[in-house]
Design a protein around this ligand. Structure first.
Ligand code: HEC
Ligand code: HEC
Length: 219
């Protein structure tokens, strides 16, 4: 009887062990997920002041000279990097610098996680993209596609998605890279040789594409 019992106990313990081993990844996943959700919730609370300019879900509000960029659905790594660049004074826009300076690095990380967790929406109001300019721009984006994708959906999370972004903002960003107001080694050299006409056409091309930032109607 005795050996049999021990065997039984051994099998029982083995089974428990197997169940635990099998459950461990699920448990780790659940912990990671709940951490992710709490980061999103924290990020959301930190963005109440941003809504005035970036819109209720992070998109669709106009600014006098160009449209405030869509951030809902943008790549997390890129967003974090962009916020850190305002903090490091590598980008100029004063309000964004002030916002980024007034927050901790932890705050900026949670904000990036929150914006990236949102879905971009179809924009129904102006601004629109121009179809003829988009067609002209399609011929100019061969180099850009290596990082931003042929259709404006970035090939890696450290690059921004451009699909569906406001054309006026894309032009503005390219102008800032060209003038050096926005500092980024790759983009400073990419924008160096573009004419204003090229920038407008390229911006309209990427704006006309559909992606996680949502879609713009055409003109
Ligand atoms: C006064 C209006 C205003 C407010 C308030 C504001 N933003 Fe911005 N934000 C802008 C503008 C305009 C730009 C583009 C500036 C530029 O060209 O560098 C921008 C750029 C950004 C970018 C970079 C987007 C990209 O594609 O590179 C991020 C991320 C961002 N804002 C997040 C925030 C967060 C988070 C807050 C709140 C803590 C906030 N913004 C508050 C107007 C605003
Ligand atoms: C080698 C990779 C690479 C190539 C090629 C490239 N980009 Fe970029 N692009 C980047 C990176 C990285 C950033 C983010 C830079 C920063 O942090 O300011 C960026 C940012 C941008 C932005 C700003 C987006 C925003 O939300 O603020 C625009 C617009 C842009 N690129 C357009 C272009 C165009 C147009 C071309 C082709 C002429 C091009 N890029 C080629 C890597 C690249």
């Amino acid at each position: 009887m005795k050996p049999k019992t021990r065997l039984g106990t051994g099998i029982g313990a083995g089974l428990i062990f197997l169940v635990l081993v099998a459950a461990a990844p699920a448990f780790a996943h659940a912990v990671a997920r709940s951490r992710h959700l709490s980061e999103i919730a924290r990020g959301r609370m930190l963005t109440f002041t941003c809504i005035g300019c970036h819109g209720l879900r992070g998109i669709d509000v106009t600014y006098p000279f160009y449209n405030v960029p869509k951030v809902a659905g943008q790549n997390r790594q890129y967003l974090y990097h962009a916020l850190m660049d305002y903090r490091r004074n590598l980008r100029e826009f004063p309000t964004m610098r002030a916002q980024a300076h007034s927050m901790t690095i932890h705050d900026l990380s949670d904000i990036a996680t929150y914006f990236a967790s949102l879905r971009g929406q179809v924009t129904t109001r102006t601004p629109l993209y121009s179809r003829s300019e988009a067609q002209a721009g399609a011929k100019l984006i061969t180099t850009c596609a290596a990082c931003h994708g042929l259709h404006g959906i970035a090939v890696a999370p450290e690059f921004p998605d451009l699909a569906g972004q406001y054309p006026s903002y894309l032009v503005r960003a390219l102008e800032e890279y060209q003038s050096g107001q926005r500092k980024n080694a790759i983009m400073n050299s990419m924008a160096a040789h573009l004419s204003h006409r090229d920038m407008v056409d390229i911006a309209n091309y990427f704006a006309s594409q559909k992606g996680p930032l949502g879609q713009l109607p055409k003109r």
